[in-house]
Design a protein. Structure first.
Length: 112
């Protein structure tokens, strides 16, 4: 009897974690769409870029490091109305300058 109760409790806990993760992903849907678009724009500008995410729901853009990439990233960010800010040690943030509900910061990571 105790084993069944323990199993049921573990199953409920796992279900709650899954529901919570799905809610986080859903609330960040616009960010994921933005990251996909930024990765596509970056590839179109000549850099190797991939849309990625870190669990549970943090999207970012991974860019293969090469010379002149900061200028290209600045151009891509500017085309979308974003500012490019350094995020040391190996990357940048594409930041929406507006404040309030639509404010965002998308991480751009330079991979070797």
């Amino acid at each position: 009897m105790f084993r069944k109760s323990l199993f049921a409790s573990a199953l409920r806990h796992t279900s709650q974690q899954l529901i919570s993760t799905m809610q986080q992903l859903e609330s960040r849907r616009d960010d994921f769409d933005l990251v996909e678009g930024l990765a596509s724009d970056t590839r179109g500008a000549g850099l190797e870029a991939t849309a990625m995410f870190r669990p549970p729901a943090t999207p970012y853009v991974s860019v293969r490091a090469q010379s002149g990439m900061e200028r290209v990233l600045q151009s891509v960010a500017g085309a979308r109305g974003l500012n490019l800010a350094p995020n040391y040690p190996a990357g940048w943030l594409m930041v929406n300058p507006s404040h309030g509900k639509n404010a965002c910061a998308i991480e751009v990571v330079a991979e070797e």
